[in-house]
Design a protein around this ligand. Structure first.
Ligand SMILES: C=Cc1c2[nH]c(c1C)Cc1[nH]c(c(CCC(=O)O)c1C)Cc1[nH]c(c(C)c1CCC(=O)O)Cc1[nH]c(c(C)c1C=C)C2
Ligand code: 5AD
Ligand code: SF4
Length: 451
């Protein structure tokens, strides 16, 4: 039997599973967690700790039809200006709760489109953040940049604010595909953005592209990847297009009859993957590629790769604070998510309280399973020695847990005393295997395709 037939037999082409950017996943967050938890978790950060900060900017000038991110379209600067005021208040509130001498390991601006801020707004925002949590010599400050929504003045402002990493949205270079996903973006504009970002001393450039788009073929993705490689990105995120029109209403504009089948999605992924490997990139986790000396590759080789809401990271700080509407924070105690709508978020901040709307308090079992899933997603294996060292579980109990999963995928996984291992041929199954360690009830239809 060939690999595709075997993967099909295991249900890969029918399954819907989470992407496990957290455990438990966001749909399982509950209303028990509120602003009281958030404040107390902030206060519990050790003095002098390095923490990470994510700032969400939920606005775009145009709304791409494929996009599943929390964002709204606006042509006017008025709501953006009002939102910036909210963020500055939220940052000051955070500063009032933070223990002394806390500094930033990572700062990430995402969205939406953070680059629709004016240069003045960018400096204000960066200044407000650096006032409450200064950079260190090694702080990484990354910004999601829309090549369609950037110019020299805004890049200058970002560079002056300390940006040293950037990520550009590419998705696909093919014009027919771009039309079908409501996002036109010529190669020249993308190339201009990449060059101008680098010209400002930004050492590391990431690009996002998608497989599984309407009208995408192996020939077309090959051409898109070649064009992308001509820009020499240090990192690439190759996400599977998540078609969830019941969640992201704008996806109803996408012609679902032009979408590739799950079997074709796997072939598209494999085609793109081979091109990146051929060009010397390392494969990082399930959907990233990085040059050999990039931080992600180095972290992967050293066993320090971690999973976060952005996908993969080499950040090892224990606390990630999300600011702005819908942002999620992660603490050693649990997750806290802000109110998703900008109105509700701003309302809470104006009343002087954090907008935390839901979240999750970790149990010991959650912590164990969270790490098991993270190891699978980052390293395609579970390291039994590490797990029994760090968690309250005996070798025998762990082995029992791993054997059940190995049996469910009999002949595809390797199990021995050192742990569980997913060989190369079985890697498309990784999210399904991770699902085996997830004890939360799941509405399968709510999720995106397993491949
Ligand atoms: C930049 C945009 C974002 C992407 N993911 C997130 C952001 C901010 C983070 C995120 N992802 C999900 C949630 C929880 C639900 C919510 O609050 O809206 C958050 C905060 C879940 C999610 N993301 C995608 C889907 C289909 C789902 C729901 C179910 C599931 O877990 O499968 C699609 C998707 N969004 C982003 C990517 C890269 C992506 C698929 C590859 C971007
Ligand atoms: C931040 C990144 O998230 C990715 N992104 C946005 N929406 C989706 C979706 N529906 N499916 C997969 N990836 C998506 C894009 O690649 C974007 O650049
Ligand atoms: S892909 Fe980027 S620009 Fe397009 S709607 Fe999503 S966040 Fe906005």
């Amino acid at each position: 039997m060939d690999t595709q037939t075997q993967l099909g037999k295991l249900g890969l082409f029918d399954a819907k599973v989470p992407r496990y950017t957290s455990y438990p996943t966001a749909p399982h967050f509950n209303r028990v967690v509120g602003s009281g938890h958030f404040s107390s978790w902030i206060k519990a950060i050790p003095e002098g700790a390095e923490i990470s900060l994510y700032v969400h900017v939920p606005f775009c000038r145009r709304l791409c039809w494929f996009c599943a991110c929390r964002t709204q379209g606006t042509q006017s600067d008025k709501p953006v200006q009002a939102y910036l005021e909210t963020l500055k208040t939220e940052i000051a509130m955070l500063g009032a709760h933070l223990p002394r001498n806390v500094r930033l390991s990572r700062l990430h601006w995402g969205g939406g489109t953070p680059t629709l801020l004016s240069p003045g707004m960018m400096s204000e925002l960066a200044g407000a953040i650096r006032d409450i949590a200064p950079f260190t010599d090694t702080t990484e400050f990354s910004v999601e940049i829309d090549p369609n929504e950037i110019d020299g003045a805004r890049l200058d402002a970002l560079a002056a604010a300390g940006m040293n990493r950037a990520s550009i949205g590419v998705q696909d270079f093919d014009e027919e595909i771009q039309k079908s996903i409501g996002r036109l973006q010529g190669y020249d504009i993308t190339r201009w953005a990449a060059e101008e970002i680098r010209a400002r001393g930004v050492a590391s450039l990431n690009a996002d592209i998608l497989y599984g788009l309407p009208h995408q073929t192996k020939a077309r993705i090959t051409e898109s990847v070649q064009k992308l490689l001509s820009l020499n990105p240090d990192r690439v995120a190759l996400y599977g297009y998540a078609h969830v029109p019941w969640m992201a209403k704008r996806q109803q504009m996408i012609p679902s009859d032009a979408l590739p089948t799950p079997q074709e999605r796997l072939a598209l992924f494999e085609t793109a993957r081979r091109l990146f490997l051929w060009d010397g990139y390392d494969e990082i986790g399930i959907d990233h590629f990085a040059t050999k000396d990039d931080g992600l590759s180095v972290a992967q080789k050293a066993g320090r790769l971690r999973r976060n809401f952005q996908g993969y990271t080499d950040d090892t700080s224990e606390v990630l604070i999300g600011l702005g509407a819908s942002s999620i924070s992660r603490f050693p105690q649990g997750y806290a998510q802000n109110a998703p709508a900008t109105g509700a978020h701003t309302g809470a901040i104006r009343e002087g309280r954090f907008s935390t709307a839901r979240g999750h308090v970790f149990s010991d079992d959650d912590r164990l399973r969270s790490r098991l899933i993270e190891q699978l997603m980052c390293e395609f294996r579970i390291d039994a020695a590490e797990i029994t060292r760090d968690f309250d579980i005996s070798s025998a109990a762990l082995h029992d847990m791993l054997s059940k999963v190995a049996r469910a995928y009999a002949g595809h996984l390797k199990l021995d005393d050192s742990g569980l291992f997913i060989p190369q041929e079985a890697r498309p199954l990784t999210r399904m295997i991770a699902r085996q360690f997830d004890t939360y009830e799941m509405n399968e239809q709510g999720h995106s395709s397993a491949i």
